[in-house]
Design a protein around this ligand. Sequence first.
Ligand code: DP6
Length: 331
Amino acid sequence: MTNSATAVAHANIALAKYWGKRDEALALPATSSLSLTLDAFHATTTVTLDPAADADTATLDGRPMSDGELARVSRFLDLVRSLAGSSARAAVDSVSTVPTGAGLASSASGFAALAGAAAAVYGLDLDARGLSRLARRGSGSASRSVFGGLVVWHAGTDDATSYAEPVPGGEPGGPLDPAMAVVVLDAGRKAVSSREAMRRTVETSPFFPAWAEATERDVALMLDAVRAGDLAALGELAESNALRMHATMLGARPPVRYWTAHTVAVLDQVQALRADGLPCWATIDAGPNVKVLCAAPDLPALADALSDGGTRRVVTARPGPGLRVDAGGAS
Ligand code: DP6
């Protein structure tokens, strides 16, 4: 009998952001969102059943997870167990190339990999859509990391209709040929988790309803841009959408601000590079780091400029693959 499974999932960066839930228990988002899965960062997670154990255990990069992290993993496994009709506890071992909790999509790749490995080892028979719905329950953005390249997460209206699926057109060498330079300004853990920050935004920012309405429109416009093979239109929408997300959270009480002076300096530089004829567009998540979208042929020049003479760490990324599950571990 198989008692262990391993899955690999890549991080994704949203071009139209998910920021706000309308149902916390089911992890239903306020809006649809659109992302690019990256080849540069991934999580590899092994789940091993231990029917003799009376509690789950979990490690991240070889160290025991914090109590909070373990509780979140264990709650997710409870969901999988309830779907599988199992009570077996498990050992979760995850290794990630993504700095954790720094707005670099660590929970997206982490929970997508956990969903893949846990579904396999507990014997849930899920197709990719089912895995996306399951991953969503661990972390909303994880629903998108089940797929490679460009991905849309349909907000949906209930558990069955809120899932991600791939959007054709983002393949390497295709009409858009997208790439991303990730400027790692601070890989440390953020002060306010995205979960808490988005909750606070929904509850207290008067701008939130306008944000949600505009983002649903942005997703539709971005899908048009992808179909037209128009990277500039996609990039302009993405930069604007990210700025609006941050404007919305600045309107919360107490306000949420992830930017630092370095963040603003990179935004200025992206604007200047564009003015100099290098097409590129910035996006920022729940942290100070800036991700810059460009066409793949422009990536080396962009990364070189953003590294600022080697003083900044820049990671270059191309579209990455979807979730891979290896249910091979037999006992
Ligand atoms: C800014 O998916 O980490 O990266 O569902 O509460 O786990 P939870 O939130 P999470 O939030 C991601 C927020 C974002 C935007 C995005 O990825 O769309």
